[in-house]
Design a protein around this ligand. Structure first.
Ligand code: FDA
Length: 308
């Protein structure tokens, strides 16, 4: 119930105005968002790298209906990739891109524009010596995102995709993408989805996550295990060992601000651990999804808004 209400609020302009206008929101947002500028993102990348962690940078923004804003997003990615390259951090940092931020929902030729814009980001990433992963948004975008991935991988074969275990279709998508050279980030899924397309119960989603993990670990691709759930981390470790995978042949991923000690522990244990670092001004949708993931966050947030 609460999760659905928060995810509905993530799309509400009125709630957005209320949350953004409250000066006490800032410190709570700071837990999940690494700053507003490219320089903030590069500094956080440097700090995480010094602890043996890898990074994926997400320039916040989504769902644009304005082609100028889509171009601004492309330029923001090019700028941060240039900075990472200049300071030699690109080997440890890739970027994550939401296609809806680079034009996928534009009323005319949205998909074509998103592909062209994503291609520009892939070119900049390749020039910097790194790569791109396409985030996955709600289920209405899955086919379009996977089509764009296929096109991008012709020239940029290391471009990665995200698959969401809560979608009923995802086991088949895992089979299709568990091929040599294919990078797949498996997450549980963060959007409000109807029962017709997605499992609704937590236990069902967890079971689906394990089935997908098994397919990816037994396949020939590069699994990116994106979860903070200790059970999923343990199962992934076990499945990787059973599939005789070396530590470089898969990685764990967690979000900036969530279980940071566990991130360092996994890296110290010899695993590759990548932190997804979101930065920029457009934090509202991202922040509301983080609140929805954990009811205790809402209590924490409400208390801080009330100043207690
Ligand atoms: P689960 O929700 O069961 O949480 C397990 C434990 O982790 C909790 O008990 C708590 O301790 C901790 N935790 C989880 N979320 C927390 C939070 N917000 N605050 C504090 N503690 C928290 N989704 C999507 O739909 N499309 C995408 O492209 C991505 N991309 C992505 C990248 C990466 C690197 C990660 C880690 C996650 C995503 N996600 C995503 C989000 C994902 O779908 C999912 O919503 C969250 O990861 C939470 O699910 P967990 O697997 O962590 O398990």
């Amino acid at each position: 119930m609460l999760r659905s209400a928060l995810l509905a609020a993530a799309g509400s302009a009125n709630v957005r105005r209320l949350v953004e206008a409250n000066p006490l929101t800032g410190p709570v947002v700071d837990r999940y968002v690494a700053g507003t500028t490219a320089q903030d993102a590069v500094e956080v990348t440097r700090a995480l790298s010094s602890r043996g962690l890898h990074v994926s940078l997400d320039h916040l923004g989504e769902d644009t209906r304005d082609s100028g804003q889509a171009t601004d997003t492309v330029n923001a990615y090019r700028a941060v990739l240039g900075s990472l390259s200049d300071e030699g951090s690109a080997a440890r940092a890739e970027v994550s891109v939401k296609l809806s931020a680079v034009g996928q929902f534009l009323p005319k030729d949205g998909e074509k524009i998103a592909l062209e814009n994503a291609r520009l980001i892939c070119e900049a990433a390749a020039a910097a010596g790194t790569t791109v992963t396409l985030d996955m948004e709600d289920h209405t975008t899955t086919d379009s995102t996977l089509d764009i991935l296929r096109d991008l991988r012709v020239d940029f074969p290391s471009t990665g995709a995200v698959l969401q275990a809560y979608l009923r279709r995802t086991e088949q998508d895992c089979r299709d993408l568990a091929t040599a050279g294919s990078r797949v980030r498996l997450c549980k899924g963060a959007y409000a989805e109807p029962a017709s397309v997605a499992f609704q119960e937590r236990a069902e989603v967890d079971r689906a996550y394990v089935r997908c993990l098994r397919i990816l670990m037994q396949g020939a691709g590069y699994p990116m295990v994106a979860t903070h759930d200790p059970r999923m981390v343990a199962i992934a470790t076990d499945l990787a060992a059973r599939a005789r995978r070396s530590p470089e042949s898969f990685e764990f991923q967690m979000l900036y601000g969530i279980r940071p000690a566990e991130q360092v522990r996994l890296a110290a244990d010899g695993h590759r651990l990548r932190v997804y670092v979101a930065y920029g001004d457009e934090w509202y949708g991202y922040f509301m999804r983080r609140l929805a993931e954990r009811p205790a966050n809402l209590v924490f947030f409400a208390r801080s808004l009330l100043g207690r």
